[in-house]
Design a protein around this ligand. Sequence first.
Ligand SMILES: C[S@@+](CC[C@H](N)C(=O)[O-])C[C@H]1O[C@@H](n2cnc3c(N)ncnc32)[C@H](O)[C@@H]1O
Length: 251
Amino acid sequence: MKKNLQTSSTKIWESYYNKSEFHDKWQGNQYPNEELIKFISNQRKNPYDKIRYFEDIKNDFSSKTNFKGNVLEFGFGGLANLLMLKDKGYDCFGLEVSKTSINRAHAYLKKEKIEDIKCKLWKPDTKIPFKDKKFNFIFGLQCIYYNLQLSNLIENIYERLENNGQFLFSFFSFKHEYNKYTDEIDKKRNLVKWSNDHPSFRIRGATLYQPKTENDLKSLFHRFKDLRVFLTESNQLPIFQSWWYISGRKR
Ligand SMILES: C[S@@+](CC[C@H](N)C(=O)[O-])C[C@H]1O[C@@H](n2cnc3c(N)ncnc32)[C@H](O)[C@@H]1O
């Protein structure tokens, strides 16, 4: 049953990009995620200590560019996050379940003659591709919970990180208004499905992992060190948004 749920979620996302695009316009965010920008730009700062956080006065610029190493993004959608990370100096690798999104990414990269972003199709329940690569940073924003065998994937992410390599993933917090529009699929495994009255009609029926508490979320990543969850909330849109971001490092 889980396999069917996984396959139909993937199909829902493919049709999100395929069927609802008009005049060849690429759906999705065209600008990078603000929390990711902050996270990367502050990577060389101290996230825990108020005084040490501001101690980089003379190194301010080096905290913004000249990053080195490989990064991998799950669910890159419109490519905006990877374009930003390339700008920062990283070698970028991206995965998407939507073939349409991959085709558009390839066409864009070719047109712009960008060679240091490599994109592949992501097939949930398989191993992470780019077999010869280890990554300094692996992330997935507003998407990783669509992998229903999430613990297996997190295990594979652990293996593919460099020692001390870092991850960042976002999850809906229990306060996000989207939680009003879910049908329970498997209580024990925290699996829910977007219901038929979900206001974002294009994603109705997609199944996802929805942690009930911050501790549920943390326990998924128990192998990592320096685990940290931060919260972002906004009532700017008609739907109240509340996100948990979780980060940590390979031991
Ligand atoms: C809300 S969009 C977010 C896109 C992008 N990450 C961003 O932050 O703008 C969700 C994305 O997750 C992708 N997706 C769907 N199933 C996925 C899965 N099993 N693993 C990773 N990404 C998936 C979708 O194709 C879509 O691009």
